[in-house]
Ligand binder design. Structure first.
Ligand SMILES: CC(C)(COP(=O)(O)OP(=O)(O)OC[C@H]1O[C@@H](n2cnc3c(N)ncnc32)[C@H](O)[C@@H]1OP(=O)(O)O)[C@@H](O)C(=O)NCCC(=O)NCCS
Length: 455
């Protein structure tokens, strides 16, 4: 697993080091994702700055692979650098205001030339790799007009996306390439923001994923931001942000975000709110990053998603093999006691699981006692996925569940993990505080510590 800063992720505990990630686990994961993503729409906005990078042709190769596996790919090329180059060649100035280009009558033909240079280059690269890209006029636009006295001239906004026409292209096995040029009903042309265009297409096409592929590792963490976890502070980039966190970012930390990041966060929030499952910001100059982001549960860059609780749900019988799999390294390290499929099956309704896409990242159980106490047990996070806040989220989810069930005290027994729980608010307590049936079943050989928290 490579972190956005390029370093290898350190194993955080002995069981994790012992477990590693086996190739067979990786292959199973890929098959799961292939099944899941077949026929789904992915919109990929690609910054044209990447076109001069040595690995750009590999990125295109990977995109063609995606399309060949049955994913419906739509490309939206950014053309800023290409347009700047053409404008410079013809010595035409086109000033920017808050990241938006003001497109004069004179600049507009050059903007179109810059945009078509990018789409032509993409079409050649796609065909080199055996795919057919097609460029078309599928977006209706309207003028931004005059804002605060400033006339944006030929700069426009997306008014409508022709879903049916784009859908026909994808169904025919083509890769639509949507340039940042749109026309209004009377044929006037407008220069559009490729980021906004990608977001509008993702919404209109009900995409399951929207990618902003640029040359940065993700959205930088903001100093003092309450929801940045240790791994994110370490790497310097947010790895996951849900809608609530994204909104806090825009509301409370707006001035600390660079304007281009503010725009991307805001577009990602819009897309997630409209039903796009995931929005990813990734660095396309790193080899294979797109495939890793799609076909593995290890994340790169920054991912936005609709709701953090959508990852946690009650366990189902089909989760049992995965629960046993993530427990195994800790059992071998003597941290957990061995459980069987049968014993987990008997207590299944007590378990909550934390899943991202189809992969189990963690689980925990809550057993209720008649004296309004409850035991937290089998708190386990996959040894390849620790340090991302999963453990704390499952514990707080089950504490909420306990509170709602009228529980007054939650306790747990642990041999090696007391510090983790004490940071959440648990405190050491004598065995006499346990319900009598638990005291009777206490295994003196393990000599576990008792921790409790009052709700
Ligand atoms: C303990 C465990 C659930 C933590 O899961 P996680 O998803 O990595 O936890 P989070 O990301 O929410 O929190 C990570 C923090 O907990 C700390 N932590 C993790 N394991 C710890 C341990 N055994 N002792 C003390 N602190 C620990 C990390 O150092 C990290 O601290 P930081 O935020 O200062 O960097 C996971 O390591 C695990 O499954 N351990 C083995 C099973 C176990 O011991 N379960 C508890 C018995 S019921």
């Amino acid at each position: 697993m490579t972190e956005p800063n390029g370093k290898k992720t350190a194993h955080r505990n002995p069981a994790q080091a012992a477990a590693g990630s086996t190739p067979i686990q990786g292959i199973r994961e890929v098959f799961g994702y292939l099944r899941r993503y077949r026929n789904q729409v992915f919109v990929l906005k690609i910054d044209d700055v990447l076109m001069s990078r040595p690995l750009f042709s590999m990125l295109i190769k990977d995109i063609v692979l995606l399309q060949q596996t049955g994913i419906r790919v739509i490309l939206v090329p950014g053309a800023k650098h290409s347009i700047d180059k053409v404008l410079k060649t013809y010595r035409v100035s086109s000033p920017m205001k808050d990241e938006v280009r003001i497109t004069s009558e004179e600049a507009m033909p050059l903007v179109k030339l810059g945009a078509s240079n990018v789409t032509n280059a993409l079409i050649s690269l796609l065909s080199e790799n055996g795919a057919h890209g097609v460029v078309g006029n599928w977006v209706r636009a309207r003028a931004i007009g005059v804002l605060n006295g400033l006339d944006y001239k030929h700069t426009g906004r997306v008014e409508k996306v022709d879903v049916q026409l784009i859908d026909n292209m994808v169904q025919d096995g083509l890769i639509p390439i949507v340039p940042n040029i749109g026309w209004n009903l009377v044929g006037r042309d407008y220069n559009l923001s490729s980021n906004e265009l990608a977001m509008s297409i993702a919404k209109a096409m009900r995409a399951s994923k929207l990618f902003f592929i640029g040359s940065e590792p993700g959205i930088p963490v903001i100093a003092g931001c309450s929801f940045a976890d240790a791994g994110e502070i370490d790497s310097g980039f947010f790895s996951n942000l849900d809608i609530e966190e994204g909104n806090i970012l825009l509301r409370d930390y707006s001035q600390s975000l660079r304007p281009e990041h503010r725009e991307l966060v805001s577009l990602a929030m819009d897309a997630c709110a409209a039903g796009v499952d995931r929005v990813h910001f990734i660095d396309g100059s790193q080899d294979g990053i797109l495939l890793q982001e799609i076909f593995s549960s290890v994340g790169h860059g920054t991912m936005f998603y609709a709701n953090q609780y959508d990852k946690i749900r009650a366990a189902q019988p089909s989760d049992i093999p995965e629960i046993l799999r993530i427990m195994q390294p800790y059992v071998e390290a003597g941290i957990l006691i061995q459980r069987t499929a049968e014993s987990i099956g008997q207590d299944l309704e007590e378990f909550a699981v934390y899943k991202i896409d189809d992969t189990l990242h963690g689980c925990a159980g809550l057993h209720l006692y008649p004296d309004k106490s409850a035991e937290l047990h089998a708190v386990v996070v996959d040894s390849n996925q620790t340090g991302q806040g999963t453990g704390r989220k499952i514990v707080s989810y089950l504490l909420d569940r306990a509170r709602k069930s009228g529980v007054k005290t939650v306790f747990l027994l642990t041999t090696q993990t007391s510090d983790f729980f004490m940071r959440i608010g648990f405190r050491e307590a004598p065995m006499s505080t346990l319900p009598p049936e638990k005291q009777a079943a206490y295994n003196t050989d393990r000599n576990s510590r008792v921790l409790t928290i009052a709700l």
